[in-house]
Design a protein around this ligand. Structure first.
Ligand code: C5P
Length: 406
């Protein structure tokens, strides 16, 4: 999916070892469909060559405010007039200080100051040594820059090029790409706290065996990502899946339905929206064995008995909080036939205002899906599309419902 098709991004590089990651970032932006104009400070040129960045961006890199090739000799103005966003990555402590003070003695700082502040968002991805990052001067400058309207992205924690370890690493290129993509999504869930369950659960029979199902978690993860892009604070309670966490989403890993119920109950009082996409196992072994059940060669099979798992969605939806206006609950149903009738019956049984039906075999493990939104007044289809596009449409639909009920 060309997420940034038609977007014009100015990518600014300042001096820092993280410049090597900006090459990969530039590649990702181009792959996502963006037009990328790179601007580098002379300090950045110490770390990576403009030739590399030109080859990756397919455009000459802008380097100097004195470059006479620009017809009007005003590169600092021209650079942002077509731009949809400026991203400074890496953004050094020195450059943050310049932004905070409105200094403009090189092309990039001039350009930042001369950008139309209401039309062209400025994102900065700080990168520096941990002591520089925590220094009161840097904190003060960052607060000032944020107050002046820039989006200050987070930093990673870990080993630094200097050999020390701590906060101050530049975010990874993929994370920066996700931040840019999120920037262009409407913030329809700003201020909301969303709790999502996703993936299958695993119910142990003994220490090496268990029952589970083929849910990949992709739909739930896409919903968590779309909710975060829409400005919500998102917690994702995930069963055993190998998917990477969406950037900026708080993830809680669980295994069994009982673990999932506990994780949800601990967090739901804080949530304003609960979206249950998990394919929770219906049953678990009545008595999971502490030791591996051995095959003794007699041909006899173990006699297993099962008990029903708690219904997490119904428990939440039918609790006092679920019945109040403080929490909006959404359920999912994977059916094999009669989608609308089954989904409507399930909606009433669970006690939720909105139930999203899909055909199980057509969604498990797939990258695309089709959804049927069932509520008290009927059904509305979201036609087959990739799961992230569907997730964004579902989030927009949920936002409309929350707004309509006031
Ligand atoms: O009853 P069924 O499993 O078809 O219901 C599906 C919906 O209920 C999904 O939203 C699923 O996440 C939720 N569910 C649950 N706990 C269960 C079973 C289902 O939260 N034990």
């Amino acid at each position: 999916m060309k997420e940034l098709a038609g977007k014009h991004i100015v990518l600014g590089l300042t001096g820092g070892i993280a410049c090597y990651k900006s090459a990969e970032l530039c590649r990702l932006l181009i792959k996502a469909g963006a037009v990328v104009q790179v601007v580098m400070t002379s300090a950045a040129e110490q770390f990576i060559t403009p030739i590399t960045m030109q080859a990756l961006s397919q455009r000459p890199v802008a380097l100097s405010q004195w470059d006479a090739r620009e017809a009007n000799n005003m590169a600092h103005i021209n650079l942002t007039r077509q731009a949809d966003a400026c991203l400074i990555a890496p953004c050094s402590a020195d450059f943050i200080a310049k932004l905070a003070q409105g200094r403009a003695d090189d092309l990039l700082s001039l350009m930042c100051l001369a950008r139309p502040i209401d039309k062209v968002p400025l994102l900065i991805a700080p990168a520096m040594n941990r002591e520089m990052w925590s220094h009161p001067t840097t904190r003060r400058h960052l607060a000032q820059v944020a107050q002046d309207g820039a989006v200050v992205l987070g930093v990673g924690c870990g080993e630094q090029a200097c050999g020390e370890s701590g906060d101050g690493r530049m975010l990874e290129p993929q994370e920066l790409l996700d931040e840019l993509i999120a920037l262009f999504q409407p913030k329809v869930l700003a201020g909301q706290k969303v709790l999502v369950t996703a993936g299958p659960t695993y119910e142990a029979i003994d220490p090496v065996r268990g029952i589970t199902n083929l849910s990949s978690g992709k739909m739930g993860f896409a919903i968590a990502r779309a909710a975060r892009e829409a400005g919500a604070d998102v917690t994702l309670v995930a069963g055993p899946v190998s998917l990477a966490s969406p950037y900026g989403v708080q993830r809680v890993n669980v295994r069994s339905a009982s673990d999932m119920l506990q994780a949800v109950i601990q967090r739901v009082d804080d949530a304003s929206i609960f979206i249950a996409t998990a394919a929770v196992a219906d049953w678990r072994a009545a008595q999971a064995s502490d030791q591996k059940i051995k095959k003794d060669g007699s041909g006899q099979t173990p006699q297993l008995s099962f008990v029903e798992n708690p219904d997490i969605l119904a428990t939440v939806a039918q609790s006092p909080r679920g019945q109040s206006r403080a929490l909006f609950c959404v359920g999912f149903a994977a059916e094999s036939h009669d989608l609308q009738a089954n989904a409507q019956a399930k909606r009433l049984r669970k006690g939720v205002p909105l139930l999203v039906g899909n055909i199980g075999p057509a969604t498990f493990g797939q990258d695309d899906n089709a959804l049927l939104l069932v509520d008290e007044s009927g059904a509305h289809e979201l036609a087959r599309d990739d799961k992230l596009t569907l997730a964004r449409k579902l989030i927009a639909n949920i936002a409309d419902r929350i707004q309509a009920r006031g």
